[in-house]
Design a binder for this molecule. Structure first.
Ligand SMILES: [Zn+2]
Length: 290
């Protein structure tokens, strides 16, 4: 039994390669429970949920990291988000179940965006081209162009859980040994032998020492990850304010109340006519905290 819902950084010191492994158990089942996802929508969402903590581990940030695709393909929207404290959430919307790949047949003519919002309101946005069979290929391509560091991803998901691994060549300045020219190719080849089930089932120490038996693996302490949504009644009130008084009043007249369900976590916020009036008068919402 491994500690699920954890991320593990590791170092293949002699090969000058760093790595990250992630196991999602509860985190994945919570995301999965929000909708009746068709099999290949579930697949791409699972891969994205496994990829986001890997991506987060490569970037120093203190706010939110979002990976998003919006397109005209069978999967119309995919959004996964991680914060710097190990919380993550994700959802997908679809027109029909896509094929398993290539990625252009999943999302259509579009690109994925990577957005980093620092806690201080600064935003960095990167574009991930939709290339290859799956997210792992598109992300590897992104790193090759943006960071100029050879980086590879392995992603897996099933009904039970999701898992992922990242390998990245260390930049020159971080290397402690000379290593061999072909070290990178060699470790990637070894990593390619890992099956999806192994990636998810095997305890990290056991998996890594088996696969990278020629290398000394330095495995760092597990970092917990969890499903976490940052929706709140205040944010939802902001959405209603965005509708404008006229439209909000119209919905109230028809429905008697305004009900907003968070698509990430299914939590429901209900606003009656008094709440709505308070929003448009700019008053506080303190009477009815979710
Ligand atoms: Zn939520």
């Amino acid at each position: 039994m491994t500690d699920k819902d954890s991320r593990y950084r590791f170092l293949l010191e002699k090969a000058n390669v760093r790595g990250v492994l992630v196991h999602l158990d509860q985190t994945w089942s919570e995301a999965l429970s929000r909708a009746e996802y068709p099999p290949n929508v579930q697949r791409v969402l699972g891969h994205a949920m496994a990829a986001i903590p890997l991506l987060a581990s490569t970037i120093k940030f203190t706010g939110k990291l979002t990976l998003q695709a919006k397109g005209d393909g069978p999967v119309s929207l995919l959004v996964v988000q991680a914060n710097s404290q190990g919380g993550q959430r994700g959802l997908a919307q679809w027109r029909e179940d896509p094929p398993a790949g290539p990625l252009t047949d999943v999302f259509g003519q579009t690109s994925l965006s990577i957005q980093i919002e620092s806690g201080r309101g600064e935003v960095y946005q990167g574009v991930v081209e939709v290339v290859g069979e799956g997210l792992q290929d598109a992300l590897a391509n992104y790193f090759e162009h943006s960071e100029q560091l050879p980086t590879r991803f392995w992603l897996h998901c099933s009904e039970q859980g999701a898992a992922g691994m990242l390998l990245q060549q260390l930049p020159e300045e971080s290397r402690t040994t000379d290593g061999d020219e072909d070290d990178w190719q060699r470790v990637v080849m070894m990593a390619d032998t890992i099956t999806g089930d192994e990636l998810y089932q095997r305890p990290p120490q056991e998996l890594l020492s088996k696969v990278f038996s020629e290398d000394e693996v330095r495995l760092y302490d597990a970092e917990p990850v969890r499903f976490e949504c940052n929706c709140s009644r205040d944010r939802t009130a902001g959405l209603i304010a965005g509708l404008g008084r006229e439209e909000a009043t119209e919905i109230l007249a028809q429905e008697g109340q305004i009900e907003i369900i968070c698509e990430f976590c299914n939590s429901k916020n209900v606003f009656d006519s008094i709440d709505v009036e308070t929003i448009f008068r700019g008053g506080d919402q303190s009477g009815t905290i979710h």
